[in-house]
Design a protein around this ligand. Structure first.
Ligand SMILES: Cc1cc2nc3c(=O)[nH]c(=O)nc-3n(C[C@H](O)[C@H](O)[C@H](O)COP(=O)(O)OP(=O)(O)OC[C@H]3O[C@@H](n4cnc5c(N)ncnc54)[C@H](O)[C@@H]3O)c2cc1C
Length: 444
């Protein structure tokens, strides 16, 4: 089958790989000059199958209100005169209860386990190296109340087969001694040995090269301008070469939209309405000054809700979510405050380990921002839309790297007429998908 994949982030590239493996003729289109140059570029690097709790939980509405006017809030909702944002917000609120939370966790764990296995298969088939560390993920708490609640969360995860352990401060420091100088603030933690970390950009770009070497055509530097719908199908995809301005109309038997947050406006233009909204996040990557003191275990800091991962001789710290439209600027007061917070936190928890000096002080920190394609449930849209030859693989929110390999494999299987072996509500073909989201996929 001739398949057109729109978007070469981790999701589109992984979809292309798995389609290729099933014998399809694949073309990938992306506006950037290489794969993984947007949201898959500099994320927190965690393959966190077990740390996959959705943002929507019973405490989220109160926290959102409390944090609304704080520039350093972990989750920030900045209201706009934008119906898409309000619709997303209302659907998010409808998920803030224990029943929805548990149902969403169940699906995220299923996709995570499937994806972890798929990632391991791809790595052993391709030999890609990407600063992978199979040292687990730890989560530490500085507040007793939050640590007490962590026991309930661990129990829920264990119910779905995730081996997340609650650990004392001493156990946590045995697992990762690097946090010794912050030990006085830590009250305890959790740890999952089976999780891992690695550079999503390097993996995705290497996978794209292997796809290209085996015959996948990549049209980089091409804007996807329009989906042309005729006779109930997508009859063509209008693309324009950014360098020359030359326009082409591409045809295929199946079209996969994997454009991250930009999937929503593209699909809306042909009547497919996804509850998908950008969740802006930030990362900072610092050179290690004292590599011998830096952590190997990827870690989540509960107090400021950031994650840190070692990538070779650098440390990446990332976090915070801003529901504030498609803005990608790094030079607003809000963005500067959030980047500063990441640098200050690293100095607090790992003093003297990284070179956190600003450029003005002679340092070379790399700050970055990306738009997580967020759904109200945290569950991505994977499957067929009501436009017969139009498929979607988008909405992976905080977990696109974790779920990338499996989402690509699952969609390639669906397009090939196979049923992926996991308990997951695929779009357009599964009655277990929650009604709000099935409804939102409807096209006229
Ligand atoms: C701060 C931060 C930390 C994160 N940490 C983690 C983590 O530790 N673990 C984890 O699992 N996930 C993490 N994530 C989430 C993860 O990075 C995303 O879910 C994932 O990258 C989404 O991949 P994608 O392929 O859907 O989107 P993208 O990577 O954005 O890919 C979409 C592609 O579509 C292209 N595109 C879009 N519109 C057009 C158009 N009109 N024309 C042409 N091309 C177009 C873009 O150029 C882009 O290459 C984090 C995200 C952020 C922001």
């Amino acid at each position: 089958m001739k398949v057109l994949v729109l978007g070469a982030g981790i999701i589109g590239t992984s979809t292309a790989w798995h389609l290729l493996e099933r014998g399809h003729d694949v073309t990938v289109v992306d506006r950037q000059p290489d794969a993984a140059l947007e949201t898959s570029f500099a994320n927190a690097a965690q393959i966190s199958v077990s740390y996959c709790e959705p943002w929507a939980n019973r405490d989220a509405p109160a926290k959102l209100l409390k944090w609304m006017f704080r520039n350093d809030a972990p989750l920030l909702f900045r209201p706009h005169l934008d119906w898409q944002q309000w619709r997303w917000g209302l659907q998010f609120l409808s998920q803030c209860n224990d029943t929805a939370f548990e149902r969403n966790v169940q699906q995220l764990v299923a996709l995570g386990a499937y994806s972890h296995a798929a990632l391991k298969d791809v790595v052993s088939a391709t030999g890609i190296s990407y600063n992978r560390l199979e040292r687990g993920i730890a989560h530490y708490f500085t507040d007793q109340k939050s640590f007490d609640a962590a026991a309930d969360a661990a129990q829920l995860m264990q119910k779905y087969g995730v081996q997340r352990q609650v650990v004392s401060r001493d156990e946590l420091l045995r697992i990762e001694p690097a946090f010794q100088s912050f030990a006085h603030r830590i009250v305890g933690g959790t740890y999952t040995a089976s999780d891992e970390s690695g550079d999503a950009r390097v993996f995705t770009q290497e996978l794209a090269r292997r796809c290209a070497a085996r015959g996948v055509q990549f049209l980089f530097g091409h804007d996807i301008e329009r989906l042309d719908k005729a006779g109930g199908i997508i009859a063509g995809v209008a693309v324009a070469d950014r360098a020359t301005g030359a326009r082409r109309n591409l045809q295929a038997d199946a079209i996969v939209v994997a454009c991250g947050s930009y999937s929503a406006p593209l699909l809306r233009s042909v009547g497919v309405n996804l509850a998908l909204y950008p969740g802006k996040g930030y990362s900072a990557t610092f050179k290690l000054k004292r590599p011998e003191l830096a952590p190997y275990v990827s870690t989540i800091d509960d107090e400021v809700k950031c994650a840190m991962s070692r990538l070779g001789d650098e440390l990446r710290v990332a976090g915070t979510i801003e529901l504030n439209g498609f803005d990608l600027s790094l030079d607003t007061p809000l963005a500067r405050a959030r980047c500063r917070m990441l640098a200050e936190r690293i100095e607090t928890v790992l003093p003297g380990v990284c070179d956190t000096r600003s450029e003005a002080e002679g340092g070379n920190p790399r700050f970055w921002t990306g738009l997580r394609p967020a759904t109200p449930t945290n569950i991505p849209y994977i499957g067929r839309t009501r436009v017969r030859n139009l498929w979607v693989n988008a909405g992976h929110g905080t977990l696109g790297w974790t779920h990338g390999a499996g989402s690509g494999k699952a969609l390639a299987e669906l397009i090939s007429g196979q049923r992926p072996d996991m308990a997951f509500g695929f779009c357009g073909m599964d009655s277990t998908r929650q009604p709000a989201l099935t409804g939102s996929l409807a096209a006229p």
